[in-house]
Design a protein around this ligand. Structure first.
Ligand code: HEM
Ligand code: SF4
Length: 570
């Protein structure tokens, strides 16, 4: 988190062969530096990181109405602030009313949790901030962050002071910049670890987050680093990922992936076929981000993610540009790491390499509260733990629990609604922010997820023991897929649908049989098939019972869903 000292560096060499589409796409590296849309203009007018001083010195003193619109709807994001949805606006109006009508005068605040790593002290401070300034709201997100709501701009100077006093930041938590660095939540403690990626997460965060040369990217940039053989950071959906891999001669290091992302035009990341030693990860990461900065498509926002560049170039050309233009050296070839079997989510009680245990617990859809976070920190400290982790499944993990203390901690967390031995549904349902706070939402999600979990626990009690691999259900309030619609067993994409009486009601389009790892791929859409929110419980029950009846021996839900006819999935 160091302030910038140098102007953005330019690529070392340019290849004339790459001209052609450049003008159309607005790539800086091809000389197209003039802003081609409002977002690009705003970033050029003033580096978005500069808004921090305006928040502290002007807006916090003069209040919400004093905020310049281009700061409010643009630059604030670089400091983790996003206006929340004004209450009571139905989903049908999301795309039709003016931004100022959708904006509430309160903010969502995203706190970066790089590597998902928190101390109990940091967790307590987040909880206290939530209680003092955020009406006790707190969500653990599927990118390991913690998000608060109801934040007032007047309180931001105090909130930053309190966060930063314990080493927490909101720098570049949103915006067109390098967002939180996902990391294996069991880095450094898992007995089966290939390599501990923590030093790379730390160095990238320290060296590059808040660096002005990387703060004007074409769009958001997402990173994942995991040396766990469980590959527990959804690397297939990130812009760049480093995944633990053994090289036959050089030992433990990382396999490099680029170009993943979901939203309305999803793409899975591709391997570049290289092996990167731990100490080179920050340098290679920086080079990949610079490629995106220089060659990324800036003309159209919906073509600006790095996945589009990677799809056009292919892995081979991307690697060539990385090596020749940015690193100035060749990378070693490396083998693909084996795809793990079994759960990636770390829920339950697991032994650490040092003989202590870690306890992974799940709420529903990451919804906790400030008070609960404080209680988790205190419960952890009572058994001698000082370390908490967040996961990409919206869960929490308490590390370093001595064996004799495990059961008392498990039951204490259970009382808080955080379960180490949850039902399959409590474990596998995720949800995005949804209409409660999100300005892009069409339907309700988090509360719907809570009801759905209880409903499914009741409906499917008799077959609970038959579901060996939890069937994931991901609820999303709109097509943006913040809760990873396309890579879950049952992905629900919020939209308005007609019920039996022809009324327009909240509902979902379904994507079935998507997954990551062994089942990597996007779910099938069933033509014309939509479910109303009221029907979701019925529908999931029907699907799961059919799956259990029809599956062959060890067939997963995703394999079954991709094998059967459309009718079997309606
Ligand atoms: C064009 C707009 C947006 C797109 C395309 C988009 C897309 C995504 C995607 C694909 C993820 C998945 C995370 C992953 O890679 O695993 C994500 C995460 C997330 N999104 Fe969005 N999103 C958008 C806007 C929003 C808005 C307006 C909100 C709500 C206020 C929001 C809230 C979240 C949250 C809470 C997460 C988990 C994130 C984190 O911890 O950083 N998103 N987004
Ligand atoms: S999926 Fe849509 S509704 Fe849900 S948080 Fe993302 S942008 Fe908002």
């Amino acid at each position: 988190m160091v302030p910038p000292t140098e102007a953005p560096s330019q690529p070392k060499r340019r290849s004339p062969a790459r001209k052609g589409k450049g003008g159309a796409e607005g790539q800086w590296a091809l000389g197209y530096r003039e802003p081609l849309n409002g977002n690009e203009q705003s970033k050029k007018d003033d580096n978005p990181l500069n808004v921090r001083s305006r928040i502290e010195n002007i807006y916090a003193l003069r209040g919400f109405d004093s905020i310049d619109p281009s700061d409010l709807r643009g630059r604030f994001r670089w400091w983790g602030l996003y206006t929340q949805r004004a209450p009571g606006i139905p989903g049908a109006r999301t795309g039709t009313i003016e931004p100022e009508q959708l904006d509430d005068s309160y903010f969502m605040l995203r706190i970066r949790v790089d590597g998902g790593a928190l101390t109990t002290e940091q967790l307590r401070v987040i909880g206290e901030i939530s209680r003092t300034y955020a009406r006790d709201t707190a969500d653990v997100t599927d990118r390991q962050n913690v998000q608060l709501h109801w934040i007032r701009v007047e309180d931001m100077p105090d909130i930053w002071r309190e966060l930063e006093s314990v080493g927490l930041y909101t720098t570049e938590a949103c915006g067109d910049c390098p967002r939180v660095i996902l990391g294996s939540p069991v880095a450094g403690i898992a007995a089966d670890e290939v390599v501990d990626g923590t030093p790379a997460v730390r160095e990238i965060t320290h060296r590059y987050i808040g660096d002005e040369s990387l703060s004007n990217l074409p769009r958001k940039f997402k990173t994942a680093i995991s040396g766990s053989p469980r590959q527990d950071v959804v690397h297939e959906t990130n812009d760049v990922s480093f995944i633990g891999a053994h090289h036959p001669e050089h030992g433990a290091g990382f396999d490099l992936w680029v170009g993943g992302g979901l939203s309305t035009n999803p793409k899975l990341a591709v391997r570049l076929g290289t092996w990167i030693p731990l100490e080179d990860v920050p340098e290679v990461w920086n080079a990949v981000v610079q490629i995106f900065r220089d060659y990324g498509y800036r003309r159209l926002r919906n073509r600006a993610r790095m996945k589009f560049l990677v799809a056009d170039w292919g892995a081979e050309k991307f690697r060539e540009v990385l090596e020749n233009e940015y690193l100035g050296r060749e990378l070693l070839d490396g083998p693909a790491p084996p795809i793990p079997e079994g759960a990636r989510d770390h829920v339950g009680v697991h032994e650490q390499v040092d003989g202590n245990y870690y306890v992974g617990v799940t709420s529903v859809a990451g919804r906790v509260s400030g008070s609960k976070l404080i209680e988790v920190a205190e419960a952890a400290e009572r058994v001698g733990s000082r370390r908490i982790r967040t996961t990409v499944e919206q869960n929490l993990i308490v590390l370093d629990v001595p064996g004799p203390e495990v059961e008392s901690l498990v039951s204490e967390l259970d009382q808080l609604g955080l379960h180490a031995r949850p039902s399959s549904w409590r474990r596998s349902v995720m949800a995005c922010t949804g209409i409660e706070f999100c300005k892009l939402a069409i339907v309700e999600t988090k509360n719907r997820a809570t009801d759905l979990v209880e409903d499914l626990e009741r409906r499917l009690k008799d077959v609970q023991g038959d579901i060996e691999k939890p069937v994931t259900v991901n609820l999303n309030g709109c097509p943006n897929a913040c809760a990873r619609t396309q890579v879950s067993d049952i992905g629900l994409k919020g939209q308005l649908v007609r019920d039996d009486e022809g009324n327009q009601v909240e509902g979902f389009q379904v994507h079935l049989g998507g997954g990551l790892g062994r089942d990597a791929g996007f779910g099938r859409k069933i033509r014309g098939h939509k479910v109303t929110s009221a029907e979701v419980g019925d529908y999931v029950e029907r699907l799961v019972r059919r799956y259990l009846e029809q599956r062959s021996s060890d067939e997963t839900f995703a394999e079954w869903a991709n094998r059967v006819s459309d009718e079997a999935l309606t």
